[in-house]
Design a protein around this ligand. Structure first.
Ligand code: SG4
Ligand code: ZN
Length: 228
């Protein structure tokens, strides 16, 4: 682990990340940073997102910045010629990416890597549902670890494919990690259709992380493509 950074305060907050360590300088100098606001888009014939997700007995980790769910190897995402392997997913509240300037209450980022080591992140936005629980996400939200804790639950199996919305329309753009070291060349795919997450589940996450979202970053001429 490197230097300490956080989402709050004048010393370690997002505006200071680049000053905390030389390896974090991209957080300030990068021209293709994430997250971004999604408002002006260009409609384009984007390749379909083909999720070949399986089931996994996950490990749930609280790394102090988020709750992250590490999944077993073997779940893939195919986009055009690219094949990505799913590594993990994790959460932010409110959503890091905004739609027409507005945050959703939460987002999950599904982090994938291709054979050349390039990252592709799929964002699943959450809206709050009056129903207390989304059953598919319940295995995670019923076992939220405390900071520094790592949990595996015997017999707990996540059906990864069901974590995604049925509709696969998406926005695509180039970006970065939204945390230090803010490395670029990350391919971002934001699913347009939000998933309903139970208000109790959102509350449970917010008890751990009051807010863990980096502010939106300038597009600097980047174009956001939107699937037809
Ligand atoms: C979260 O802090 C994850 O726990 C990190 O995962 C992740 O970094 C980081 O977010 C940035 O990812 O989709 N928000 S993001 O841009 O995946 C990486 C780990 O530290 C490298 C493994
Ligand atoms: Zn993230």
């Amino acid at each position: 682990h490197g230097p300490h950074w956080s989402y709050h305060g004048d010393h370690e907050g997002p505006a200071r990340w680049a000053e905390l360590d030389t390896t974090f300088e991209t957080c300030a100098k990068g021209r293709n940073q994430s997250p971004v606001d999604i408002s002006t888009t260009v409609k384009a014939e984007l390749p379909a997102l083909q999720f070949h997700y399986g089931q996994s007995e996950p490990t749930i980790v609280n790394n102090g910045h988020t709750v992250q769910v590490n999944v077993a190897a073997g779940s893939q995402l195919k986009v055009g010629e690219q094949t990505y392997e799913l590594l993990q997913f994790h959460f932010h509240t409110p959503s890091e990416e905004t739609i027409q300037g507005k945050h959703l209450p939460m987002v999950a980022h599904f982090v994938h890597k291709n054979a050349t080591g390039q990252l592709g992140v799929v964002a699943v936005l959450f809206q709050s549902s009056p129903t207390p629980k989304n059953a598919t996400y319940a295995p995670v939200f019923d076992h939220l670890p405390r900071p520094g804790e790592k949990i595996t639950v015997d017999g707990l199996v996540l059906d990864l494919a069901h974590l995604l919305p049925a509709e696969r329309g998406y926005y695509a753009f180039e970006g970065s990690l939204t945390t230090p070291p803010c490395s670029e060349s990350v391919q971002w795919m934001v699913l347009k259709k939000p998933v309903a997450l139970g208000h109790e589940q959102i509350k449970a996450f917010r008890r751990l992380f009051n807010a863990n979202a980096r502010p939106v970053q300038p597009l600097n001429g980047r174009i956001i493509k939107e699937s037809l």
